[in-house]
Design a protein around this ligand. Structure first.
Ligand SMILES: Cc1cc2nc3c(=O)[nH]c(=O)nc-3n(C[C@H](O)[C@H](O)[C@H](O)COP(=O)(O)OP(=O)(O)OC[C@H]3O[C@@H](n4cnc5c(N)ncnc54)[C@H](O)[C@@H]3O)c2cc1C
Length: 293
């Protein structure tokens, strides 16, 4: 017989794991569906200083502590990517890549994802293209790298990369001439009004076709770091839930969305502060109220 969970949670970041612990302790059948790795964004953080009870901890260690607690309560963790949803009936349907899942309530904890350029960058993922300077800088020690940036969003990443790489070319779609004038970092070259048109290479990144002020040119590079900011992971909920003008899910103070028995928590929710502690707090609230069904 097909299983209908009391509560399915989409996303195994800190928000999703917190909600799962709250709901499971109330005796509900709960599963977390995660497409990549438990911990979500925590897996990209070198150092956390503002999570209460830990003076200083790295993201991977903290993620493991959350995951250990999920394991202790014997919460089902399903590794799959939810690709579409149907929230219209009393039984909610989540269509994953591998399976279909059903539940009485759903908690959405899908967080945020990196904004893409929208050319062929995904063909070179892990072969020179990265969406996380903090995570992957180490692989390009002594190499020449480029950063795709929008109105200065890539500056922080460029600074971090310059500590390890031979050279960093910051390709910004806006005008960073003021920064370029005062920039004392000899390893960073800033090019304004620039956008990446294509990633070029046989197997890995070798060159970039770039438009600079409307003129196309090629720039040799060992890697391209894409630092265009984050957007909410809500594509699969469009048309089913009320979203704000930036695409975040709108909820009430109980984390309830515009669809019956569907909750949203953490970074994906329209809210003022997006941090670990607020994602956990949202998870506690949703975990509690989803149990009232
Ligand atoms: C570099 C960096 C440094 C940071 N530093 C701090 C800090 O020092 N202190 C602090 O408090 N916060 C910090 N943050 C912010 C903090 O990490 C986030 O606010 C928090 O982790 C959000 O948790 P979340 O559970 O809402 O979402 P996420 O961590 O984004 O988790 C969402 C999860 O959902 C999964 N998912 C998405 N879509 C699907 C789908 N369709 N199917 C299945 N699974 C899906 C993803 O794979 C992911 O695991 C930092 C973030 C970054 C990137």
């Amino acid at each position: 017989m097909e299983k209908i969970y009391d509560i399915l949670i989409i996303g195994g970041g800190v928000g999703g794991m917190s909600a799962a612990v709250y709901a499971k302790r109330r005796g509900k059948s709960v599963a977390v569906i995660e497409k990549f790795a438990l911990g979500g964004q925590l897996n990209m953080i070198n150092e956390i200083e503002n999570f209460p009870s830990h003076k200083n901890i790295d993201g991977i260690t903290l993620a493991k502590e959350f995951a250990d607690q999920v394991k202790k309560f014997e919460i089902d963790v399903i590794f799959d990517e939810v690709q579409s949803v149907d929230f219209s009936g009393d039984v909610k349907v989540l269509n994953g890549k591998k399976n279909v899942y059903k539940s009485k309530s759903v908690i959405i904890a899908t967080g945020v994802k990196s904004k893409e350029i929208g050319v062929n960058e995904n063909d070179f993922l892990g072969r020179g293209v990265s969406f996380c300077a903090v995570c992957d800088a180490n692989f390009y020690k002594g190499k020449d790298v480029c950063v795709a940036s929008e109105n200065g969003k890539g500056l922080k990443g460029a600074m971090e990369l310059s500590e390890l790489c031979n050279s960093v070319t910051l390709l910004d779609s806006g005008n960073l001439s003021a920064f370029a004038k005062v920039n004392k970092n000899e390893k960073i070259m800033v090019i304004s009004n620039a956008s990446v048109k294509r990633v070029l290479g046989q197997f890995k990144v070798e060159k970039l076709a770039v438009s600079v002020g409307g003129q196309e040119q090629e720039i040799a590079a060992d890697a391209l770091f894409i630092e265009l900011g984050k957007i909410p992971a809500t594509d699969i909920f469009k048309g089913q839930l009320r979203l704000d003008d930036q695409g975040f899910i709108v909820t009430d103070e109980r984390m309830h969305t515009s669809a019956k028995e569907v909750y949203a928590i953490g970074d994906v929710r329209s809210g003022v502060l997006k941090q670990i502690v607020t994602a956990c707090s949202d998870g506690a609230v949703a975990g509690q109220f989803a149990c009232q069904k």
